[in-house]
Design a protein around this ligand. Structure first.
Ligand code: ATP
Length: 335
């Protein structure tokens, strides 16, 4: 994979060209001071807000506001007080963008949404209505470490660990997106070679009967809107299919690297032969309750959920089994 291919998948690069077929988005450059704040692994402190002090979710408290946290002047603790950072200009710009996007947004850095942080917000979703909520999700996210310092890890020609500029994309919040209508599409040699259900932790029987229609809608969307406009030869893109069959572009991802192939694996995607525009694209969905996959957005490490042969759990259970057998054979050795 090359740096230019990864760069094309940054929302600040692709959105201007594809805004007509994607979710409404406002993108702003992030000041380096805010990037430093996100990168800082010191104590977790939310920025001081000049506007929306009351907007913080209840579960998150700012200890500096609490009476019993006040320190006596001259006491030892006084020296440890760290003033919360503040970003008044960024905050104002974000407030303006949120207002013009209808009052609620989902935030995204150059490549990623802080998907692992929904649990922390008071709504249990990534919907944000204020700078404080956005700062909370961005600062708490492990997913964003990829954008901040690992985006080029799989590149053969990388010269840096990060892009020269970070952007914050605020995307209009759509509350009624149905997870089963999101799909990841794989393109190789400029041809659509595979489509996978994106939410692989659930079985949605209704998808089975709609499969052919969805495949046709996505293929048409690709030919009309993506194929000749996205420069990379191999890449993935995510779409949302509305109930009327209209397709919306969610985002682009590089081919391989940290992009999850969902119901495919990269080797088989590499081997699908395709050069026909009207070929039947390999479209995979979860076809029964038995084939659902473990969740990837739960903030629980994948290793913890993966019980397949050779996984960490499998290894642990084998060792436990051996120990149990030894204990049964030589009980005195355990006592
Ligand atoms: N405008 C929106 N309104 C509501 N939910 C959204 C919106 N945009 C995206 N989402 C939800 O957030 C999820 C992640 O979005 P997105 O694909 O942009 O993030 P990402 O970090 O690039 O994910 P991945 O790395 O898996 O591609 C989507 O699958 C969708 O469920």
């Amino acid at each position: 994979m090359r740096v230019e291919e990864v760069n094309r998948c940054q929302i600040n690069n692709w959105y201007p060209k594809f805004k007509g077929v994607s979710f409404e988005t406002i993108i702003q450059e992030l000041p380096e001071s805010f990037v430093d704040y996100l990168n800082d692994s010191g104590p977790f402190i939310l920025p001081a807000s000049s506007v929306d002090q009351d907007a913080l979710p209840n579960r998150v408290h700012n200890p500096y506001d609490e009476d019993d946290f006040q320190v006596a002047e001259g006491s030892e603790d006084e020296a440890e007080y760290v003033a919360p950072p503040s970003f008044p200009e960024l905050e104002q710009a974000i407030k303006k963008s949120i207002d013009s996007l209808g009052g609620a947004v989902i935030p995204k850095l150059n490549w990623s949404v802080p998907k692992d942080t929904a649990w922390i917000s008071s709504t249990g979703t990534l919907k944000c209505t204020s700078f404080s909520e956005i700062a909370l999700l961005l600062k708490s996210s492990d997913s964003l470490v990829h954008d901040l310092s690992h985006a080029y890890d799989s590149c053969t020609d990388k010269t840096s660990t990060r892009p020269s500029t970070f952007f914050l994309a605020l995307r209009k919040w759509y509350r009624s997106l149905r997870p089963e209508m999101e799909f990841r599409c794989f393109v190789r040699c400029h041809n659509l070679v595979g489509i996978s259900q994106r939410e692989v932790t659930g079985f949605y029987p209704a998808l089975i009967e709609k499969k052919d229609d969805i495949r046709a809608s996505i293929h048409r969307f690709f030919l009309e809107n993506i194929k000749s406009k996205f420069e990379s030869e191999a890449y993935a893109f995510d779409v949302y299919v509305k109930s009327n069959g209209h397709v919306k572009l969610v985002d682009f991802n590089p081919w391989g690297g940290s992009t999850i192939p969902l119901l495919f694996d990269w080797e088989e995607l590499e081997n699908i032969t395709s050069n026909e525009e009207n070929m039947t694209v390999d479209f995979r969905i979860i076809e029964s309750q038995c084939t659902v996959r473990p969740g990837l957005k739960t903030a629980v490490p994948f290793d913890y959920l993966d019980t397949s042969e050779g996984s960490g759990w499998d290894d642990f259970l084998r060792k436990a089994d051996v120990q149990l057998q030894q204990q049964t054979k030589f009980p005195e050795a355990v006592a």
